[in-house]
Design a protein around this ligand. Sequence first.
Ligand SMILES: NC(=O)c1ccc[n+]([C@@H]2O[C@H](COP(=O)([O-])OP(=O)(O)OC[C@H]3O[C@@H](n4cnc5c(N)ncnc54)[C@H](O)[C@@H]3O)[C@@H](O)[C@H]2O)c1
Length: 260
Amino acid sequence: MTILKDKVAFISGGAEGIGRAVVERFIREGAKVAVLDLNQEKLAQLQARYPDDICSVCGDVTNYSDNHKVVELAVERFGKLDIFVGNAALFDFFAPLSRIAPEKLEASFNKLFQVNVLGYMNGVKAAMDQLKQNHGSIVLTVSNSGFYPGGGGVLYVTSKHAVVGLIKQLAYELAPEIRVNGVSPGATDTEMKSVEGISSKARPLNHIPDFNENAANAVPLKKIASPEDHTALYVLLAANEQSPMTTGTVIHSDGGWIAR
Ligand SMILES: NC(=O)c1ccc[n+]([C@@H]2O[C@H](COP(=O)([O-])OP(=O)(O)OC[C@H]3O[C@@H](n4cnc5c(N)ncnc54)[C@H](O)[C@@H]3O)[C@@H](O)[C@H]2O)c1
């Protein structure tokens, strides 16, 4: 498996969950990976497991300079950058607008949109020059919530719809040198966290009682995804040889929300 041989990728939110599965898949496909994540402990574990294939920055996607540091480090350590995968995001614990306290709305909105939307823009902005030079590829993690209501609350669903717009606009702005696409997972067995203070019941996604069973029953394929289930699509979209004519599009990996 060497589809990404000699490629260098920057992956945000790569210490856990779907991002981590993408990091490991890219390494198996021959890539070197630079990871940006807040979770120092999980980053250290990743670094210890793949000492020759990974470099990392413990930082925040909402901070442009942390994104810039990752690009600098990738170039210093591996010589270039070919791929950006924007993936770090926060959930809103399904909170409808009616249940968000008025005094919490603005802060919750700002935090969630900064991570889920500005975080991706920061990564693209920091990586852009390198990607242009190398005719690179961008893959952003969307969600079934980028297309349908009810899989999240009002903040998460609108932020993921914004990511779909971001993919289309960036595909337009960055062509012809850089292709920009998305992968849209459905419910996936991860500990995805919610923005602080949004709900007193909030907990990591797969700690919700019966989450896996309910998520499986909500889709035609009757299965909750594992993080690994999505990773081949990231490889496909990241590799110019595999999807040379594809830009501005999103591939669904959600068990069939469209067929419900
Ligand atoms: N789990 C699901 O059911 C599901 C479904 C659809 C889409 N997604 C999307 O998949 C992506 C990954 O989510 P996941 O389920 O793997 O979640 P996760 O919480 O397991 O992983 C997210 C990673 O991002 C990191 N992170 C969070 N905020 C950050 C910040 N400000 N700066 C740097 N790193 C930060 C976390 O430390 C963590 O390592 C997200 O874009 C999410 O919206 C998840």
